[in-house]
Design a protein around this ligand. Structure first.
Ligand SMILES: [Ca+2]
Ligand SMILES: [Ca+2]
Length: 164
């Protein structure tokens, strides 16, 4: 959780600002993604901020852990996570064909400043049936695993390169 937090604390001052969480990411996305996808991601990030980060203008690590903890105890959380994961999938699937190629995935990760060398291992971790493409189910399952399990799972690689 601490490393996940550090991902968004871009200036390393121990506080994550709403502007860092939503604005910073959106700015980079505009350089790489189509306008319609940026719009979708921007609304998703705002929603995520309210759900997991408390919706105030800033959030420290303790507050974030508190909110995430609360989410896990809510019965509808898993369903919500699947819905959000599915929407993220649509944002990553640049040509809307229902499958994410390694190129689409690389473009998406670049928005978070992920090094290109980190892309293939993450892609392979998500592509659980090894057909060279990420389906909606593969994507959503990985997102759910990451947020609901603390043990080592392939999904860790999904967010792992963000921290490199
Ligand atoms: Ca596609
Ligand atoms: Ca696959």
């Amino acid at each position: 959780m601490r490393s996940f937090y550090a991902l968004f604390d871009k200036d390393g001052d121990g506080m994550v600002y709403r502007t860092e969480f939503v604005g910073g990411t959106v700015k980079t996305m505009k350089q790489h993604l189509k306008a319609e996808k940026v719009e979708l991601l921007e609304s998703l990030l705002s929603k995520a901020w309210e759900l997991f980060w408390g919706g105030e203008s800033t959030c420290n690590l303790d507050t974030m852990i508190h909110h995430y903890g609360r989410c896990f105890t809510e019965p509808h959380f898993h369903e919500l996570l699947r819905q959000v994961g599915s929407l993220f999938f649509e944002a990553v699937d640049a040509d809307n064909d229902g499958l994410v190629t390694i190129e689409e995935f690389a473009t998406y990760l670049r928005c978070y400043g992920v090094h290109p060398l980190s892309v293939p291992p993450s892609f392979q971790a998500l592509d659980t049936n090894h057909d060279g493409l990420i389906s909606r189910d593969e994507f959503v399952n990985a997102a759910c695993e990451f947020f609901t399990k603390t043990c080592d799972t392939p999904a860790k690689l999904f967010f792992g390169p963000f921290l490199g």
